[in-house]
Write a protein that binds this ligand. Structure first.
Ligand code: CA
Ligand code: CA
Length: 281
């Protein structure tokens, strides 16, 4: 009878081993982004909603986490479509958060395209894929795809360029030709809206939420969040810009990060508190 606990222990060990193998296999399957060779592009319109500003802080928070610190990423500001209204200048924040990893399409769209193409070419030539999270419209992506087709005609854009969009409004204010073109040429994925909780993608819009102040311990990240919240409050609803009620109430809106979570296979995050709990540091 002495061997009974041993057998039990062996079975338990086997079960634990099998279970952790299953979890790992699921993670690999869910995350199609290949950290070793792919490029993540995050396109921010910054017009006129201030939520992109919070999304930028959330993006660098995620990219600073040990799980994602090796990700090759690049942010582009000013990738707006045909919407009316004023821009929310993100330059100080983007410089602090992303340092060299961003381009300013608002100041000079062609120069931004050139800078992005340099990274895109390098990635595609080394067999990596391009993943684009649209924090706004797809007009800049349309330009980018045309440049890829012209400069790298052998690349199959429909399997190598993945575009993720979560918002009906972003699609509506992309110029119709650009939207049609991007949808027809790339691997275009429409996901559930990141402004709502419980719809299949994370919901990162939360009124009256200030707990990030204690969740973020890293001084640099804390400074970035403080600046993002300050810019958000300064420009929200100002001079005819969209009035984001979550931001106005002292909360956060980084809804566009739901696309980045989708790309990395971490779309099981429910909401902002869970995001800070797991990835705040
Ligand atoms: Ca946006
Ligand atoms: Ca939003």
């Amino acid at each position: 009878m002495k061997s009974k606990p041993l057998i039990f222990a062996a079975i338990t060990a086997l079960f634990v081993c099998f279970e952790s193998f299953t979890i790992k296999a699921e993670l690999v399957l869910a995350a199609e982004f290949n950290i070793k060779k792919d490029l993540l592009l995050v396109n921010f319109d910054c017009k006129t909603d201030v939520d992109d500003i919070h999304t930028a802080a959330a993006l660098i928070t995620l990219m600073s986490h040990s799980k994602f610190e090796k990700v090759n990423y690049h942010a582009v500001a000013g990738t707006y479509g045909i919407q009316e209204g004023l821009y929310v200048p993100p330059n100080d924040l983007f410089q602090l958060a992303f340092e060299d990893n961003w381009s300013d399409a608002d100041a000079n769209s062609n120069k931004a395209l050139e800078q992005v193409m340099k990274k895109v070419k390098k990635t595609l030539n080394k067999n990596g894929d391009i993943w684009i999270a649209e924090a706004g419209q797809s007009d800049f992506t349309a330009k980018l795809v045309k440049a890829i087709q012209a400069e790298l005609p052998k690349i199959d854009v429909s399997t190598r360029v993945h575009v993720v969009q979560h918002s009906d409004w972003n699609e509506k204010v992309t110029s119709p030709e650009s939207l049609k073109f991007v949808q027809a040429t790339t691997d275009y994925q429409k996901i559930p809206d990141g402004n709502a909780v419980g719809n299949g993608s994370p919901g990162f819009r939360i009124p009256e939420y200030t707990a990030w102040e204690s969740e973020i311990k890293d001084p640099k990240l804390l400074g970035i969040w403080e600046m993002a919240v300050e810019i958000g409050l300064a420009y929200n609803g100002k001079d005819g810009r969209y009035n984001n009620e979550a931001v106005a109430s002292g909360g956060l809106d980084f809804s566009d990060l739901s696309e980045v979570c989708w790309i990395f296979g971490i779309q099981n995050i429910k909401d902002a508190p869970q995001f800070f709990d797991e990835y705040g540091q």
